[in-house]
Design a protein around this ligand. Structure first.
Ligand code: AMP
Length: 576
């Protein structure tokens, strides 16, 4: 695979002086409404995949992109698609169809289209299994521009005649490898048969197994090929700093950041965010949590930036929350820690970021907070930099207590060694008339502890998000060939349980219907689902022990092939 290496540095004529809204997105030739939306979102520059994918997509080319979550791939296909679409259409069938593997992604991608396309009046509709079909029918009937759908539900609508693909200009297959893994290959083929031959087809996949290659050969015409993290030279060698990562859901990120900072006690740290909006939000949150934080982004004047840097150098701020553009070229001697609040969009950007510490023989630490789905990006970064990123456990409440006690002990020790304690002797002597010396000491330590380590108000445990392992080397799932799939699939965590579903072959149930229903109804990914067995009158699906209740509740609340089914934990053979 080849493509010209992306130029990832800011264009040399872009000094981040903050007042110039004409950023690198303008150079890509996107229309004003989109530039306005991006500015409002605080995006300062395109990510590498956007820089490479947007121009050919604007030119109408087909595209085969290898990019994981976190690279900005959604905007890479959404922006050109919106750009090419007639603005403010009335009625009509969709001009773009995006197929995605899960309900979760359908919602996320639709939201992204909404955000980028609001000034164009883009009408975007997510459709996925599990959602009442009536609402989808009404929305389709009143006209939409972009449909973001899971394959099963898209096919249902096509069969009903409620989703008509004759007007499609573009089809996007997002996370294609995951869709194949979930057994959607035939559904996708069937959907593509209904799309006009003269269309633009875009395929994004985190991995490129041979089945994806085959699919691309069949459905894409002379595609531009783009790959993030391969054949691209990382400028200079990655600095030798201690590198670790925490896997944490978005909702727990501020608390996790606070905890990691408490444990690490940096002299000064820089926290990288993706957008201006996030910089402002996080700065506020961290100040609210008692960290002296300052924002730095391209929307600030030079004078404002100088003030911020002054406060950091003088030690009146400990935390600098910044975008990549704003922090470029920054050299602050006090910096000991770099934190990636999100996984960077490409390995090059990771290397630039961590280059802010560990300079000139100084010690440095780089910490990355990654969402479970972004775990793959960490692997790509490791591969490109040739350095390990260890995945650490988020400190628990008990760890934090221990740490705070250690700090108090250290403070007391210092005081014992250095301070003149005589003025307090009279207090101890008076109190020891009444109390034991040990008790007096304990009370004094307690008071000191309360002053040096005021209890943090986020004393709840931060759940350890499951790491989604890389798929490399894993056999592809069996698809629709047989009713039993997953001979080579890893068993979920080794302690899977069987869920009994009272519908089987006679009701027309196929493996992908079950996978679609489960992933559609729960937050569970297709890869967490183990073997699926379909008998005449029932089916058995293996899911991880800890997820069984969620799966059962989800399936009980929905229909499979339009029918309600009995769903329960398998009691072991009483149905056979
Ligand atoms: P994705 O890889 O498409 O899931 O995108 C990852 C995240 O990056 C999403 O939260 C986007 O909103 C955000 N994002 C995408 N492009 C940019 C950009 N150019 N600048 C800042 N944030 C971005």
């Amino acid at each position: 695979m080849s493509s010209a290496p992306a130029q990832h540095d800011a264009p040399t004529d872009t000094t981040p002086d903050g007042t110039d809204e004409a950023n690198a997105f303008t150079e890509l030739g996107l229309r004003a409404e989109l530039l306005g939306a991006l500015a409002a979102l605080g995006y300062e520059e395109p990510t590498p995949i956007q820089r490479e994918a947007i121009p050919p997509l604007l030119g109408g080319r087909d595209l085969l992109g290898q990019a994981a979550t976190g690279t900005g791939k959604t905007a890479a296909f959404a922006l050109p698609l919106l750009h090419r679409m007639p603005a403010h259409r009335d009625g009509g069938d969709p001009v773009a169809l995006v197929l995605v593997p899960t309900r979760e992604l359908a919602v996320q991608v639709s939201e992204a289209f909404h955000r980028y396309g609001k000034d164009l009046g883009a009408r975007v509709l997510p459709i996925y299994g599990g959602q009442p079909i009536g609402r989808q029918l009404r929305a389709l009937d009143s006209g939409v521009d972009v449909v973001v759908a899971t394959p099963g539900r898209a096919l249902d609508h096509i069969a009903r005649g409620t989703l008509r693909l004759g007007g499609l200009a573009t089809v996007v297959l997002d996370e294609a490898d995951e869709m194949l893994d979930m057994g959607f290959a035939e559904d996708i083929e069937a959907i593509l048969e209904h799309a006009p031959a003269q269309r633009q087809t875009v395929l994004f996949s985190a991995t490129m197994p041979s089945r994806i290659d085959g699919m691309a050969r069949q459905h894409l015409r002379e595609p531009v090929r783009i790959e993030i993290g391969r054949e691209q030279q990382v400028a200079g060698e990655a600095p030798r700093v201690r590198q670790s990562a925490y896997i944490v859901t978005r909702a727990h990120k501020p608390a996790a950041l606070g905890r990691v900072l408490d444990v690490e006690s940096p002299t000064a740290a820089i926290v990288f965010c993706r957008s201006r909006e996030e910089v402002d939000r996080l700065t506020e949150t961290m100040n609210g949590r008692g960290y002296r934080s300052e924002a730095l982004h391209g929307g600030m004047s030079q004078e404002q930036r100088d003030r911020v840097m002054g406060r950091l150098r003088a030690g009146t701020a400990d935390l600098l929350v910044a975008t990549d553009v704003a922090a470029r070229g920054l050299d602050v001697e006090q910096l000991t820690h770099v934190v990636n609040y999100d996984v960077p969009s490409a390995p090059e950007s990771y290397v630039h970021r961590i280059g802010r510490v560990g300079r000139a023989g100084r010690e440095g630490v780089a910490i990355t907070l990654a969402e479970p789905r972004e775990h793959r990006m960490l692997k790509t970064i490791e591969r490109v930099t040739g350095q390990r990123i260890t995945i650490d456990k988020i400190p628990t409440v008990a760890d934090m207590r221990t740490r705070r006690l250690e700090l108090t002990q250290a403070a007391l020790r210092e005081s014992l060694l250095e301070d003149d304690l005589d003025p307090y002797r009279v207090i101890v002597e008076t109190l020891t008339d009444e109390f034991d010396l040990m008790e007096v000491a304990l009370a004094a330590v307690k008071l000191a502890h309360e002053v040096t380590s005021p209890g943090s108000d986020d004393e709840e445990e931060i759940p350890q998000a499951p790491v989604r392992g890389p798929r490399e080397g894993r056999p592809e799932a069996g698809g629709r060939g047989g009713d039993r799939r997953g001979g080579g699939r890893p068993r979920p965590g080794g302690n899977g349980v069987q869920v009994f579903i009272g519908l089987g072959r006679r009701a027309g149930v196929r493996p992908q219907d079950l996978v679609g229903a489960i992933t559609g109804e729960t937050g569970i990914s297709g890869r967490d689902i183990g073997s699926i067995e379909i008998a005449d009158r029932f089916s058995l699906v293996e899911v991880p022990q800890g997820m069984a209740d969620e799966v059962i509740a989800g399936l009980r609340g929905s229909t499979i092939k339009g029918r309600k089914a009995t769903v329960r934990r398998d009691r072991g053979g009483d149905h056979r």
